[in-house]
Design a protein around this ligand. Structure first.
Ligand SMILES: *Cc1c(COP(=O)(O)O)cnc(C)c1O
Length: 440
């Protein structure tokens, strides 16, 4: 049984976790890493219980996946029922209702009131990759525009779309052609307004690629792995308008930002941007592998039958989890839950920035929040301090993740239903870690 509080019974990781880590070392590929090698036994209500009986506060949600929590009844019951009924037929052979129901929900929940269709996959990378396939067929063009600090996945095409070399791309080339990278909007570092930053990106596209060559612009409305970078207001609308004027498919990669994470069902809608295609995954099904491309019906229908799919895409158990997750998000109004987290966390991080001088920027929306660590009085990234702070939090039983091109961002992605008490306690641990580590 998970107790509803943080409990430290051993050092972190404890002896049972260390024993498992040793077994792992013999058989699990070294290329797969773990942020915090505590082996989980159960998880509940924003708490992870490990094999040593330690109970940790989860500020990571498995990278923005368990938005509704780790084991809510609406998901567990539907999954149980579906598993007992049947686990797989392959939608491309003999279809079933759950797939259709998920596509109906996506049509309703994603931005815009035009006719929408969806196709389901297993992972975020697969969704982004298929969005590009669809855009290329629909436009008859090949070029794809992506941005500095972008992260879109680890498959061959999405590695090409991703910006950061180590660890995502290094040594894995050759990469897919016809991918072009342009500057985005990073207010803390470029100091530009949204319209100005968009003008620079658009000028680059027009001069170096040619607007009529571009099939798709692929963008995260708030960049995830690249550093929780929220573009300056006006940037996304300007890009979206340019796409519309030039027959370019605007693809929002909402794999991390989707499903109430940023305080809206989807982050694009904050500035009334209506993407032509939207890629979703992470938060969609509480951890069961599911992803989707949703968008204008005429785009989704541009690919002839058989051109899209996959053996497991839209697996019935994953669809049952998605239906249960979406039901929970609606019933508990988890978009509001995310905004409540923002209201608690942001003032405390701002106060911490003031007090310590090592946080250059506090940003993000909803329950996708970050502190960017710098050498005091500069914008010079401090990755070493960031790493020490994360380690100190882990040792104290709070799971925080880092990210960013410069490795200097602590990011917070708690489950959207996390209790005020656990949120407060986790934040106190983080505050103490920042104060102690920054004074060393
Ligand atoms: C995680 C992520 C992906 C890749 O998703 P996977 O399910 O890991 O393939 C793509 N885009 C964004 C924005 C992500 O955060």
């Amino acid at each position: 049984m998970t107790e509803h509080q943080r409990v430290l019974r051993t050092e972190i990781p404890g002896p049972a976790s260390r024993a498992l880590q040793e077994r792992r070392g013999a058989v699990v590929a070294g290329g797969v890493s773990s942020v915090l090698p505590v082996y989980v036994k159960s998880a509940d209500g924003g708490l992870l219980t490990d094999v040593d009986g330690n109970v940790l506060i989860d500020f990571g949600s498995g990278i923005a996946v368990t938005n509704v929590g780790h084991n809510v009844p609406a998901v567990v019951d539907r999954v149980r029922e579906q598993v007992a009924n049947f686990t797989h037929t392959c939608f491309m052979i003999a279809p079933y209702e759950g797939y259709v129901e998920v596509c109906e929900a996506l049509a309703e929940l994603t931005p815009g009131d035009h006719a929408k269709k969806s196709v389901l996959f297993n992972s975020g990378a697969e969704a982004v990759e298929n969005a590009v396939k669809i855009a290329r067929v629909a436009t008859g063009r090949q070029a794809v525009v992506v941005f500095d600090h972008a992260y879109h996945g680890r498959t061959n095409l999405t590695m090409a779309l991703t910006a950061k070399s180590i660890p995502y791309k290094h040594g894995f080339g050759p990469f897919a052609p016809e991918v072009y990278r342009v500057p985005g909007s990073y207010p803390f570092r470029d100091g530009l307004g949204g319209a100005e930053a968009a003008a620079i990106a658009i000028d680059r596209i027009e001069k170096q690629i040619g607007g009529d060559q571009v099939a798709a612009v692929v963008i995260e409305p708030i960049q995830g792995e690249g550093g929780f970078i929220e573009p300056a207001p006006g940037f996304l609308p300007a890009l979206s308008e340019w796409c519309e004027a030039n027959g370019v498919v605007f693809v929002a990669d909402e794999v991390q930002t989707g499903f109430c994470r940023t305080g809206d069902w989807f982050a694009s809608s904050r500035e009334n941007v209506v993407p032509d295609l939207i890629a979703t995954a992470k938060g969609i099904a509480a951890g069961l592998p599911l992803a989707a491309v949703t968008g204008r019906a005429e785009l989704l229908d541009a690919v002839p039958p058989g051109g899209l799919g996959g053996t497991y895409g839209g697996n019935p158990v994953a669809c049952a989890a998605a239906i249960g997750s979406i039901e929970t998000m609606r019933a508990q109004d988890l978009a509001a839950g995310a905004r409540r987290i923002e209201e608690t966390v942001v003032p405390r991080l701002r106060a911490l920035a003031e007090k310590t001088g090592v946080i250059g920027d506090v940003r993000g929306r909803g329950a996708m929040l970050a502190a960017e660590f710098v050498k005091p009085g500069t914008t010079e990234p401090d990755a070493a301090l960031t790493g020490r702070i994360a380690k100190a939090c882990h040792a104290a039983g709070v799971v925080v993740l880092t990210c960013g091109t410069y490795g200097n961002i602590v990011r917070l992605l708690p489950p959207l239903s996390l209790s005020d008490a656990l949120l407060d306690e986790g934040l106190s641990v983080l505050e103490q870690a920042v104060i102690e580590e920054s004074s060393k």
